[in-house]
Design a protein around this ligand. Sequence first.
Ligand code: NIG
Ligand code: FE
Length: 401
Amino acid sequence: MTQHVFWNCQIATMEDGKNAYGLLECGALVEEKGFIQWVGPKADLPHIYSSEDLIDLGGRLLTPALIDCHTHLVHGGNRAQEFEMRLTGSSYEEVARAGGGIISTVSATRGASEDFLYLDALTRVEALMAEGVSTIEIKSGYGLDKKTELKMLRVARKIGEVCDIDVITSFLGAHAIPPEFKNRASSYISEVCLPTFREAVDEGLVDTVDAFCEGIAFQPSELVPLFDLARELGIPIKLHAEQLSNIGGAKLAADYGALSADHLEYLDKAGVVAMSAAGTIAVILPGAFYTLREVQKPPIEMFRKYKVPMAIATDSNPGSSPMTSLLLAMNMGCTLFSMTPEEVLLGGTRNAAYALGLKDKGTLQIGMQSDLSIWNVRHPAELSYRIGFNPLHRRIKGGKI
Ligand code: NIG
Ligand code: FE
């Protein structure tokens, strides 16, 4: 069947400028060959579409498929022992400075084969797909040498080719300073990160570039050559910024017209204003805040005031956010940061698409891709209200049920 007509459903179109959630109370949606042809109240469904192929959704909720716009789900090993250390008094920074943290995952990832990384990542990809996620972003950043960074990106591409999910890759070569370049961040950038970035782009492995701007990683000035090269190569920028301290990362990202700045717990007003002016999306990552038992919350009220769109993501990674549930991230956005259920659903749909530079996903409008989720709930607030509950009824990817 090349056409599907869904009807008798609540439709959260997530369209801008409409009522809350862009909600259609008793709606219908027509998709054909992977694209939305028509959406509106069931009563207005044009006769040409009322055939015997109607799919009655029995009053269920239809939303755009979820988009997880920030993950590190390709990696070797796990960090359960570091989790134990943090629970007996060490901080994330102390663990990192003692050679644990990101660097311990770098060793495990360097030592893992491409096949192992792929199969290990699949468990996390499948967990996300099972709750209606149809697009994910996957970062490199646990290689920090050319061979392993390219290996991670190839695995990410393979996931997009083999699984029924779209993958956006991010080159995160500037995630940490590898031990062989200790105290020589700039040399690492010029000798390893930049040439690897060029090669990865040449191989078609890179959709966006990201970095970790922090005291334990890179200063804003050290990232300038990377962002200049991104500009030259036409690769959109994202940045881990202001997660543990405020050092002006988001402002740097905004100055480069970044798609997003992510984490942002320590962001100040100047940073919010810069992001607003640049149209940079704030990606909120409550899983890392929760895992690290942070107390400083991202400036949600200022994002609202200065109209910075907020996305929400799992940050799925072995250290600061070993989480594979976007619905849980949405629940945490509400409970920990007082975001509204509408804001977190926008954060996992429309604004997540913006954070990845995707123009034809994230809302249910004519011409958008038919990536849909059908839920066994009536109202969209139910998606973020429950904890550890997966009400997915069906997932539709590019029109395929
Ligand atoms: O997004 N903040 C930096 N990077 C990851 C953490 C990665 C790790 O701890 O392995 C993050 O939280
Ligand atoms: Fe991250």
